[in-house]
Write a protein that binds this ligand. Structure first.
Ligand code: CP3
Length: 340
């Protein structure tokens, strides 16, 4: 089977037209998503309903012909699978019962975990069966540091004080939590790959909250452990790392973790992106607000990125997720611009 453009770029090929997909390409900016969402019950219910989750995964592929689909689920399905109560409140985001000491750390029980999140593997299989060979399917999980941030803070956070206090004061106890998350994440991604995911992405959305010492110990090392073990099981499946907000620490992140490719957020200057691209394929990094703006600003921002990174192994993407207010026509205009 000829590989899709997306997988070719991740294998290090430079393509005449870079493949494109967008973070949060399935979501509230699409009327057809809002329609399914309204009849799904809760957001967690939607993530666990294979027919509906497959449908919303495919919606942006039908509309725009993106080069990759990303499984519709959430990074917080790992805490859910570990038995931590989870709900999403409108206007507030995720709400979890915080875990803040070693006594509260759950162990990893594979049967209970896969029993709870098993429908997600069905979604993967359904989506893979519905896609043509030219469209790749990406599986994903959060990186342990970011997943831990929600488990410890009990939701989104501004300063990550509870997370960092625990990591600084009690590295052994915090390490027990990280160990559980690492084991669950490996098992979860292994099952996504076996169900049909052809690449996986590790989202470390809050990597930028960690100072250098915590970054090395709790962002890099757990990610490296996941990469090493998954690669042993699935040597040909590319693994994309996304250490959002890591700034200058992004330089060492690729080689220290062993990820195949890097997603770059919009704060990474293109000169630095080019230097990183000399070592591994890169993906990014249009500002989602430029996509919201549309018009000449969107065109010039897009062209700068294409000029800087189009001459090497590259996947066009945003530097973070599409914002819900984005007009769907702006996405169509972006795809047309990238495909020339
Ligand atoms: C940090 C994080 C989360 N989830 C995710 C991350 C990492 C990427 C990032 O930094 O954004 C990853 C994620 N979340 C979702 C996907 C699905 C696939 C896709 O990208 O299209 C993916 C890959 C769906 C979702 N996950 C969520 C929605 C919106 C919920 C809804 O439709 O009601 C979607 C489509 C909810 C969610 N999920 C999360 C939060 C903080 C929220 C609330 C904020 C918000 O509402 O945007 C946690």
């Amino acid at each position: 089977m000829t590989r899709s453009p997306f997988l070719r770029a991740l294998a290090g090929e430079t393509l005449d037209t870079p493949p494109i997909w967008l973070m949060r390409q399935a979501g509230r900016y699409l009327p057809e998503y809002r329609e399914v969402r309204a009849r799904a019950g809760s957001f967690v219910d939607l993530c666990l309903a294979p027919e509906l989750a497959a449908e919303v995964t495919l919606q942006p592929i039908r509309r725009y012909g993106f080069d990759a689909a990303i499984l519709f689920a959430d990074i917080l399905m790992v805490p859910y699978g570990l038995g931590q109560p989870l709900r999403f409140e409108t206007g507030r985001g995720p709400v979890l019962e915080p875990i803040r000491d070693r006594a509260a750390v759950p162990g990893f029980d594979p049967d209970a975990f896969h029993g709870a999140v098993g429908p997600i593997y069905d979604t993967v299989a359904r989506v893979r069966a519905a896609l043509g060979p030219e469209t790749a399917l990406i599986g994903f999980a959060g990186s342990p540091w970011t997943v831990a941030s929600y488990m410890v803070e009990g939701g989104s956070s501004r300063d990550f004080a509870a997370l960092k206090l625990w990591a600084f004061r009690d590295p052994d106890g915090f390490g027990a939590l990280m160990e559980t998350i690492v084991e669950a994440t490996i098992a979860y991604l292994d099952r996504q790959i076996r169900a049909g995911a052809q690449a996986v992405k590790l989202f470390d959305s809050w990597a930028g909250a960690a100072p250098e010492t915590l970054f090395e110990r709790w962002v890099v090392q757990p990610t490296a452990a996941i990469v090493r073990r998954l690669r042993g099981m699935h040597p040909d499946v590319p693994i994309i790392g996304f250490a959002k907000g890591a700034g200058a620490l992004t330089r060492g992140y690729g080689s220290a973790t062993g990820v195949t490719a890097l997603t770059l957020d919009s704060s990474i200057p293109l000169a630095m992106a080019c230097a990183l691209q000399a070592e591994r394929p890169v993906q990014g990094n249009l500002d989602p607000i430029a996509l919201l703006a549309g018009g000449p600003a969107l065109e010039s921002e897009t062209d700068r990125i294409l000029e800087a990174l189009g001459g090497g192994p590259f996947v066009f993407n945003l530097g973070h997720g599409i914002v819900p207010q984005t007009p769907p026509e702006h996405v169509a205009a972006l795809v047309a611009r990238v495909r020339g």
